[in-house]
Design a protein around this ligand. Structure first.
Ligand code: HAM
Length: 414
């Protein structure tokens, strides 16, 4: 047997997936976002440049592809922010802010587990050309309202932190490095490497010994310059004003290097260890990294659709689920009446009735199938119906049967 590739999964019923996507699209449209699409394949170099050379995504998780050019490395996109930023620069978008969202599969070579896949789906929302704290407050509020009101996700939390400007980060990184080097800490091998190459990443480690070692580490929000400190206070005030519930997590640094200032994650304990179902923040320097010119301030977030689905699958009475169209089942009692059944199905479908034609098996098994499908009516066509130009209409709930002229069937069902 040929099986699926490790870390991928089949989605055998797209109803909830599509309902979630439709609810997200409707919600972000309220905030004037428009939909775009970028390719699944990009130059590896794009991600190497913007995600950070020492991030897990770039060092361990890239799916690189064969290219016809020797000096060209291509990859399956591990995330969409770099692609959206590339599209912004490459297409010389002038009208700011550019508020766009895009969705689709992303690829990361990770160790698969519940909620963590090698092919997974994200909805990525980006605002390019927005510098004000009010923009951050509205964006985070938009996400919070999406989860609490539009999707009605039960019991989640919003963690938020402030990473400061570039100068703050440089100063803080040195401070942290001094702390990591000078306190005789016991840390895992990965963190010992991180302490040298990308110190902020040590906060991502889930190992008990590292967590304990970091308990006394200096905090980013205590090392902010006065302007960043003011922005951070203002952001929290505006979130309070909009009644967004958050928790300040001073150790939240996010796994990608392009963030500055605000960073946040929405988490749920119901997801186990892969608890974040949405993450994002500000990335004021990213556009400049791609264009090589002056940068454009921006912020965004990506929601992990697979994880949102895991959360909603666990919940009852989902209001986003579309109501099912009533189903009509056409059953010819013998092969000789298949042509008549084909015509009747075709007619019903042209009048927008959802219709299933059952031509396999006995009448008894066809009726059993109709029951399983949850059909409203079964329309039976046999010798008598053929002769008299009628249809026997069986109400699948009460079991009652009536004879209706074939020419009247559409108006009868209406
Ligand atoms: P991220 O935190 O790497 O951020 O991913 C965002 C979300 O995608 C995560 O919170 C999670 O729900 C989902 N996700 C990530 N990896 C996997 C995986 N292997 N399997 C299943 N779900 C996963 C970004 O990707 C940034 N581009 C977000 C962003 C947009 N920042 C600014 N704009």
């Amino acid at each position: 047997m040929i099986t699926k590739v490790k870390g991928t999964h089949d989605i055998l019923d797209m109803t909830l997936f599509n309902a979630v996507l439709a609810a997200i699209k409707k919600h972000v449209a309220l905030y004037n976002f428009s939909e775009i699409a970028t390719p699944l394949i990009e130059h590896t170099h794009l991600f190497e440049r913007v995600l950070g050379a020492h991030t897990d995504v770039v060092t361990k998780q890239m799916f690189t592809l064969h290219s016809e050019k020797e000096d060209e490395s291509l990859c399956l996109r591990p995330e969409a922010t770099a692609s959206v930023a590339r599209a912004f620069v490459e297409n010389s978008i002038m009208q700011l802010p550019w508020k766009v969202f895009t969705w689709g599969p992303m690829f990361r070579y990770e160790r698969p587990q519940k909620g963590r896949y090698r092919q997974f789906y994200q909805v990525s929302m980006e605002v390019i050309g927005s510098a004000e704290v009010a923009g951050d407050a509205q964006f985070i509020t938009m996400l919070d309202r999406l989860f609490s009101q539009a999707l009605q996700i039960a019991d989640y939390v919003l963690h938020i932190n402030f990473l400061g400007c570039t100068d703050d980060r440089v100063a803080y990184t040195k401070k942290l490095q001094r702390f990591l080097a000078g306190n005789g800490l016991t840390m895992c091998t990965t963190c010992s490497v991180r302490a040298q190459e990308n110190p902020l990443r040590v906060f991502d480690c889930k190992q008990e010994q590292c967590q304990q070692s970091l308990a006394q580490a200096p905090l980013l929000t205590e090392s902010l310059c006065s302007s960043c400190s003011q922005e951070w206070d203002m952001l929290l005030e505006q979130l309070d004003l909009l009644s967004v519930t958050y928790s300040h997590n001073p150790r939240l640094v996010r796994g990608l290097d392009y963030y500055n200032k605000v960073a946040f994650e929405f988490l749920s304990g119901r997801l186990g260890s892969q608890s974040a179902f949405c993450g994002g923040g500000r990335y004021d320097n990213l556009i400049g990294m791609i264009s090589g010119k002056e940068t454009v301030p921006a912020l965004g977030a990506a929601l992990g659709l697979d994880r949102v689905l895991l959360l909603l699958e666990d919940q009852e009475n989902l209001t986003i689920m579309p109501s099912r169209e009533p189903l009509y089942v056409v059953i010819p009692t013998e092969k000789a009446y298949h042509p008549l059944a084909l015509q009747l199905s075709d007619e019903l479908q042209s009048h927008l009735f959802t219709t299933e034609l059952i031509v396999d098996g006995s009448l008894k098994s066809a009726l059993r199938k109709a029951n399983k499908y949850g059909a409203l009516y079964a329309l039976l066509l046999g010798e008598q119906e053929h002769k008299e130009g009628t249809v026997t209409v069986k109400d699948m709930i009460t079991g009652e049967q009536q004879t209706i002229a074939q020419i009247d069937i559409v108006s009868f069902l209406r």
